[in-house]
Design a protein around this ligand. Structure first.
Ligand code: PLP
Length: 330
């Protein structure tokens, strides 16, 4: 499954994913699913974040499938699906140690026993998530456990579990090393596709580009200034206290982008400058010996947090190469 949350549900990117053979697109934002559908993207849409009770109506409308862990939510989805006259498909997420979402394996039988009595929904799979909150790796043992659980549930209940979704970009090493992936027939991949790395050690994946996304920001001030703030010191814009080393005077520059646009920690300049910090609309850099003047464009590589923040910012214009999607002006 192609995960589109990292690119803000961009129809331009979704179009490329489907053209390259991905038939399921998954996102944690309902708005992103709606945007992709409206843009005419032909795919099966999966809601990746466990739904809120209050979202049930929109979930069954915007998503063909959703991930679930709560019976009360399933009840709401069941009512909403019946009202629409459809069957909404659900994948049950299993807690396997990373300690974000998931039904505890010991509770699964009882959960399914009850869920099967709900009309309007169909349980079509099991899934697990790794390396998100607890940093727990998707090992052979964990994948085997998910497979065993699948077979036990199929033996106990009249169920055909067709989606066994074992994890995210953190599964790259398991997937590429495993002699057989067994019953695990799906991974939900975002970061690896966009940034060309696996996510346990951020190691590059052979054959993929790591610079498919680039931020270009413009210099709005460039001056020689001291490296140490002067005057009485109080809190900074973030509510903390700044600390700087005195390096004498330096060539400083400001770029027209800030912490309301991007998680600045995730930027890597492509030229020899150093990011000193950011406030809401300014990125302050040590230009070192690099010649920067107002109007100079500086390019940055991105990590996933930077990509996600930029792609979801309404303030950052996106420029796509190789896209055929036309946007209405305005
Ligand atoms: C974000 C997300 C993914 C995709 O993660 P990547 O690291 O980008 O591959 C997969 N599953 C769930 C539940 C997610 O929230």
């Amino acid at each position: 499954m192609g995960v589109t949350k990292g690119v803000g549900g961009s129809p331009e990117i979704a179009e490329i994913l489907t053209a390259k053979g991905m038939h399921t697109l998954a996102d944690t934002k309902l708005k992103n699913l709606q945007d992709m559908r409206r843009a005419g993207i032909q795919a099966e849409f999966l809601f990746l974040r466990t739904p809120a009770v209050s979202e049930a109506e929109i979930v069954v409308e915007a998503a063909d499938i959703s991930m679930n862990t709560e019976l009360s939510v399933l009840k709401s989805l069941s009512v909403a699906a019946l009202n629409r006259g459809i069957i909404h498909r659900v994948i049950l997420m299993i807690e396997m140690g990373d300690l974000r979402e998931g039904i505890l394996p010991a509770d699964l039988s009882e959960f399914i026993g009850y869920a099967l009595s709900l009309k309007g929904i169909a349980i079509v799979g099991l899934g697990a998530n790794f390396a998100c909150f607890g940093g727990v790796k998707p090992s052979n043992e964990k994948m085997q456990e998910l497979e065993d659980l699948t077979e036990r549930m199929e033996a106990e209940f009249p169920l055909t579990l067709s989606y066994i979704t074992g994890g995210n970009s953190g599964n790259y090493r398991w997937f590429s090393a495993a002699a057989s992936t067994g019953r695990i027939n799906s991974l939900r991949i975002g970061e690896s596709i966009y940034l060309g790395c696996e996510t346990l050690e951020r190691e590059e994946i052979p054959g993929l580009f790591t610079d498919a996304f680039t931020l270009v920001a413009e210099v709005i001030e460039a001056k020689r200034k001291p490296s140490l703030p002067y005057g009485e010191i109080g809190q900074n814009a973030a509510g903390g206290y700044s600390s700087f080393q005195d390096q004498g005077e330096m060539n400083r520059a400001i770029l027209a982008i800030g912490s309301q646009d991007v998680i600045a920690d995730g930027l890597t300049p492509m030229i020899d400058i150093e990011i000193l910090g950011s406030s809401s609309d300014h990125l302050i850099v040590n230009a070192k010996e690099t010649k920067l003047v107002p109007g100079t464009e500086v390019s940055f590589g991105l990590n996933y947090s930077a990509l996600l923040s930029l792609m979801t910012s309404a303030y950052i214009p996106k420029k796509y190469f190789h896209s055929t999607i036309m946007h209405q002006p305005g």
